[in-house]
Design a protein. Structure first.
Length: 319
């Protein structure tokens, strides 16, 4: 949320630009509230991770835990991968970590057709945002764009630092995207409504299509919730073993985002600092966690196997 502060104070300035005294007073009150709410989290990050903004600015401020995939310095080269915008769009509309392969373990009839329909619905549903960005009727355009740009900057910084993309950083800008979507949708209906009776029918058709898209997205999210709720408990014995048999300050070598939440331990893909290594070569709930053969060979050389579960395929190694 730190990235939104310039936009917030800019909005305050626009609102109170004719009364400087009021602007200063409102800014001081807002700043005090922001510090009271945000400072404990920054202190918490510094104590646990050695960096109040972790994983951001690790290249400058350092930290006690190396973020997954961190490079020696901020790299502009990371921005020129065509996979990033595609993964960003897919994750924005619900694909886990921006990968359709994350759903490969779910056996659905006509899965390719369903995925194609979902992609088409996502593109159609996003069009009003693009139209709203350029529509003449859009109000507060610069403020809305600044709001969105602030959190896109977070995403860009994350890509430059780690070489991976995550759409979750844009979620605080979801209201701004919704406003653009509303202006764009209104613009579409106005243009269709001005084209005689056919335009009215077309407007009704557009509304029905949007309702259909919303239904599709709701159904997909509901299905994801049910599938995830039923899939994660299969690994409860693995998670429980780590919680019960490893020190709380242990660092688990793991590439991904989900393990830490389940084992209550910090994780990093840096083998040189890891105390334990989680390996599951068929962990389809988070495909990115699968270990490369050469890395697995190094793990088996430098670590000792202390736990294995034939049913789930999970193996845990200790240094």
């Amino acid at each position: 949320m730190v990235f939104l502060l310039p936009v917030f104070f800019f909005a305050l300035f626009i609102t109170y630009r004719n009364t400087v005294k009021a602007f200063i007073k409102k800014s001081a009150v807002a700043a005090a509230i922001i510090v009271i709410i945000g400072l404990p989290w920054l202190i918490r990050n510094y104590i646990l991770l050695g960096n109040p903004f972790w994983p951001f600015l690790y290249n400058i401020l350092g930290g006690s835990v190396v973020p997954e995939g961190i490079s020696g310095s901020l790299s502009f080269a990371n921005l020129f991968s065509l996979q990033h915008p595609l993964r960003f769009f897919l994750e924005l509309f619900g694909a886990p970590v921006g990968s359709l392969s994350a759903a490969s373990f779910v056996n659905l009839p006509f899965s390719s057709i369903l995925i194609a329909a979902w992609l088409a619905a996502a593109v159609v549903f996003f069009l009003p945002v693009i139209i709203g960005l350029f529509a003449k009727s859009t109000r507060w355009r610069y403020l809305i764009c600044a709001w969105i740009a602030a959190f896109l900057a977070v995403t860009v910084l994350y890509i430059m630092s780690l070489g991976i993309v995550s759409a979750r950083f844009i979620l605080p800008a979801a209201p701004a995207l919704a406003i653009l979507w509303a202006f764009g949708f209104d613009s579409i209906l106005r243009k269709l409504g001005s084209i005689s009776l056919f335009g009215v029918k077309a407007a009704v058709a557009v509304i029905l299509i949007v309702i259909g898209c919303i239904f599709v997205f709701s159904a997909v999210e509901s299905a994801k919730t049910v599938v995830a709720a039923n899939a994660w408990p299969a690994y409860s014995a693995d998670f429980g073993w780590i919680r019960e048999n490893t020190p709380q300050n242990s660092l688990i070598a793991y590439r991904g985002q989900c393990l830490s939440y389940n084992v209550h331990r910090l994780s990093s893909y840096d083998l040189s600092k890891a105390d334990y290594v989680w390996v599951n070569q068929d962990f389809r709930l988070e495909p990115i966690s699968v270990v490369e053969p050469e890395v697995l060979q190094k793990v088996e050389q430098d670590f000792t196997r202390v736990y294995s579960n034939e049913r789930t395929g999970t193996v845990v190694y200790r240094r």
